[in-house]
Design a protein around this ligand. Structure first.
Ligand SMILES: N[C@@H](CCC(=O)N[C@@H](CS)C(=O)NCC(=O)O)C(=O)O
Length: 306
């Protein structure tokens, strides 16, 4: 790789997320046939993109079809590692596969791979390769694998509305927190943090009629995609990424209620959220913005009771 993995911002001070490289799907009639015992998910509990896959796996009852491994929450010079010495980190766990770091799997899949080593990935034990490292596509094909379980998270009649919402939420919220936090100029920071809060205002308005879900009166991927950013907002993004024009709990009552209901009423959301790993990862790994690695104790509690 030409530049250090710790080098997040471009020369103009703006953070740009790379385009994912492995873009296949587990799907009947393709080389990635749905088969028990064949696929393995790798996540970081800290990562909002990987969290999408964990929530979907759980909602769709794919626990035995898709076992998973958790990387250590510290993201170092060599990328994510399979160290186990942290509460909840599991080591590589993929039978017959030797890997000390996530990058080892990327190089087994493509020895010329020269982009970032990101989670989530889905590993294929038969073909020894990565099926996908793009969370937005992973959650779609997991949804399609078991249409009868957990409701349809991307129903035909709501697709247009979901796509439209996903589009601005992705750029200004999911990625907006990173673009604010990794900005290295005042201008880049302000150019991203303002649209982020405008979008939070817009979401607050959408939820102001007391609805439980963003689109169509039912749980969809739009809720999953927003949840994994909003659950990290007060504990991490407000302080670490300087997204402090407001907090969810104090300034966004409807978003806060939407968040708390998903978390407390649906175990797929609660059981996949690990605040200790989330806080440890961000505050320790990004030393360019938190030089000491000290993890703040608040907010208390991580998420308010219902
Ligand atoms: N587009 C990807 C983004 C995944 C991503 O950026 N993951 C981060 C963790 S939050 C990562 O693994 N970063 C490691 C690195 O960039 O070195 C997706 O949605 O799956």
């Amino acid at each position: 790789m030409s530049k250090s993995v710790m080098n997040w911002a471009s020369k103009d001070g703006e953070f740009r997320r790379q385009v994912s490289s492995f873009r296949d799907a587990i799907k009947s009639g393709t080389k990635f046939e749905p088969q028990e015992g064949r696929y393995h998910l790798v996540v970081s509990y800290a990562c909002p993109w990987a969290h999408r896959a964990l929530i979907t796996r759980s909602l769709k009852g794919l626990e035995s079809f898709l076992p998973y491994s958790v990387v250590h929450p510290f993201l170092g010079e060599k990328g994510w590692s399979f160290d186990k010495d942290f509460n909840g980190a599991t080591g590589c766990l993929i039978e017959g596969v030797e890997a000390s770091h996530l990058r080892d799997l990327y190089f087994k899949a493509d020895q010329n791979y020269n982009a970032r080593f990101t989670v989530p990935i889905i590993w294929d034990k038969h073909l020894n390769t990565i099926v996908s490292n793009e969370s937005s596509e992973i959650i779609r094909f997991l949804n399609d694998l078991k249409p009868e379980t957990g409701g349809d998270l991307y129903p035909q009649h709501l697709r247009k509305e979901i796509d439209e919402l996903n589009e601005w939420v992705y750029h200004t919220v999911n990625n907006g927190v990173y673009k604010s936090g990794f900005a290295t100029t005042q201008e880049a920071y302000e150019n991203n943090v303002k649209p982020l809060f405008e979008s939070l205002d817009r979401l607050e308005k959408i939820l102001s009629d007391g609805r439980d879900y963003l689109v169509g009166g039912q749980l969809t991927e739009a809720d999953i995609r927003l949840f994994t950013t909003i659950i990290r907002f007060d504990p991490v993004y407000v302080g670490h990424f300087k997204c402090n024009l407001g907090t969810i709990r104090h300034n966004y009552p409807h978003l806060n209620t939407w968040l708390k209901k998903l978390y407390w009423k649906n175990d797929a959301f609660k059981s996949t959220t690990h605040f200790e790993q989330i806080k440890f990862h961000y505050y320790n790994s990004h030393r360019q913005i938190n030089g000491t690695g000290v993890v703040p104790l608040g907010p208390n509690p991580d998420i308010e009771p219902l």
